[in-house]
Design a protein around this ligand. Sequence first.
Ligand code: SF4
Ligand code: SF4
Length: 209
Amino acid sequence: MIVVRPVVRSFRSPHLARAAAWVRRGGHAVVWLSPRKARLIFPRPKEDDDHDLGWWSVLDLGRLEYGVETRGTFRGMGVLRIPHDCYAIVRDRVTRDSIYAAPRRTLELDCLACGACCRDNRVELEDVDVERFARGGHPELARPPYARRDDGAVVLVLRRDKRCKHLGDDNKCGIYALRPDSCSKFPVGSECCLSSREEELGLVDGATA
Ligand code: SF4
Ligand code: SF4
């Protein structure tokens, strides 16, 4: 699949206008207001777009909410206060992307040659997933040995080698038509996708590490 993803660039506080211009052209900006105060600025996600890559950059930093600037240089753009324990992560992204001159980058990713996001992953089942399993004639998918209770949630079971129980040796999902929402909404080329590939396969942005 061909995807176009935002390129992450770092800016310091005298250069806010350049950061805003970068984001207007589709990039993501890590803006350092001081050495201990950093913001991620990104194009405002469309609220009805579950696949928005800005939203998934927020999720990948462990946050479930972001703000929208109402005034100033970044007016109308998405903004997230970057947690201190994520500084190393965003610095790594800036380093990774430093070879790209433009704010957006096109890359080709093949899920069937990958499967990284189906390994060592916590997939929680929502009510809609359980209902979909039942409608599809497979209510057992929401029960052991396919699913189990964990910390108040129902999650898919992993094999001993940490692969999802439904992931085939050919990297095809064995329950593709019924797969949980969190799987079907997972966007190719998002920071979550790229970090899964790096952690599980040692592949950095499509290239071998
Ligand atoms: S990690 Fe990305 S490329 Fe790999 S299977 Fe998942 S969505 Fe596809
Ligand atoms: S259910 Fe399918 S898509 Fe979801 S993690 Fe398992 S193998 Fe991957």
